[in-house]
Design a binder for this molecule. Structure first.
Ligand code: AVJ
Length: 363
């Protein structure tokens, strides 16, 4: 299994996770900008043109679109709405859990910890954790959206007396880790929100292995990594009906979140994709251990995109997103494949959501 992970894996949505050569990149002078009083590391990924990614997904045997396409401005707003939907238990359960356990996590991380957050949003959970950490060294939010990154970095800098060092990067592709003024005793990665659920199991293992190397390796400072940790929030397997309800909410917010991808492609690519020709449904797929969100084609039709004719057959579907769920035991196995040991795990009373505290295993 380990042998599988050292080889780079290609994600379904075209994002690439590789294990070697990542996270060791040298920082060049011109990659540092000063924005709103913050030092911003610009490690902007070479984004593939949207049309290429879309055509690749829609001309494949099983049609799919990259899950990240959900998060344009309207989509990000809709996601925030999803977090408040009755059936979507994830966000409120994790937040309540973090209110209980952030003290324990902070104590375990100890003093002088640099907290790195891949795919950071404007997160209340991060606020809780930072407040609970004794003398943290720095906070390093990493995000692909430059505006969103700066906004949330500024908000954290306003509320906490801590060095905030944002990195504009695609966290799945590797990026430099900034140095800070304070002495760093260890690094910790915070990966909340069940973001890990959006990755297939093998890609998740690969990603965790990258995280492990980020906190372990540092040739300049022997100390870093000795106490380092990866703190991950993931959604637990539960009754199928509850998991399915969370993604098929009665208000239709999640459906709208998916139709919005069609609208956005129609607009940005100037193609005649029409949301009326699709029906949204999310299903639990036992083999994958995941909720799979799909748009089903209601009537056969053809859409011309960049000179190519894309055929949609009635009854076929576009795979929009996967939300993987784990039992605590399954997650521990996943972590071990990435050379991380599960030192502690917390769940809410119902066992709906879990936060795992992972430490590098000696190899
Ligand atoms: C942000 C990936 C955790 O999969 O539950 C919510 C995204 N999609 N409703 C999830 C999502 C539809 C969410 N994650």
């Amino acid at each position: 299994m380990y042998a599988d992970l050292v080889h780079a894996t290609s994600l379904r949505n075209g994002v690439y996770v590789s294990v070697d050569n990542t996270f060791e990149s040298q920082l060049e002078q011109d990659q540092v900008a000063v924005q709103d009083g913050l030092q911003l590391i610009e490690f902007a990924p070479q984004q593939r043109p949207l049309i290429e990614e879309v055509l690749e997904g829609l001309t494949a045997k099983e049609k799919s679109l990259p899950a990240k396409l959900h998060y344009d401005q309207r989509g990000s707003m809709l996601f925030e709405q999803i977090c408040d939907v009755d059936e979507y238990y994830i966000t409120r359960t994790e937040l309540a859990l973090m209110r209980e356990i952030s003290g324990a996590i902070g104590d375990t991380l100890g003093k002088g910890c640099m907290l790195i957050e891949p795919g950071s949003g404007a997160s209340l959970k991060t606020d809780l954790l930072l407040s609970a950490m004794p003398n943290p060294a720095a906070y390093v939010p990493v995000d692909i959206s430059r505006d969103f990154l700066l906004e949330s970095a500024t908000a954290i800098a306003d509320r906490h007396d801590i060095e905030v060092l944002p990195v504009w990067a695609d966290f799945t592709k590797g990026h430099p880790i900034p140095s800070c003024e304070a002495v760093v005793r260890n690094r910790a990665i915070y990966f909340p929100g069940s973001t890990v659920g959006n990755f297939s199991r093998s890609d998740a293992a690969c990603l965790l292995q990258n995280f492990a190397s980020m906190i372990r390796d540092d040739s300049d400072d022997e100390q870093i990594g000795s106490e380092g940790a990866v703190v991950v929030g993931f959604d637990c397997k539960k009754d199928t009906s509850r998991m399915e309800a969370a993604y098929n909410d009665s208000e239709g917010v999640t459906a709208e979140f998916n139709y919005n991808v069609i609208d956005r492609l129609a607009q940005e690519l100037r193609v005649s994709l029409d949301r009326e020709k699709f029906t949204f449904r999310a299903d639990w797929v036992e083999d994958e251990g995941a909720i799979v969100s799909r748009l089903w084609v209601d009537e056969s039709h053809t859409v011309e995109m960049a000179g190519e004719k894309v055929r949609f057959e009635a009854g076929e579907a576009i795979r929009m997103e996967e939300s993987h769920k784990y039992t605590p035991e399954e997650f521990e196995t996943l972590a071990q494949q990435s050379h991380l040991g599960m030192e502690r795990i917390w769940t809410d009373d119902a066992g709906d959501f879990a936060v795992a505290y992972l430490r590098p295993l000696s190899v």
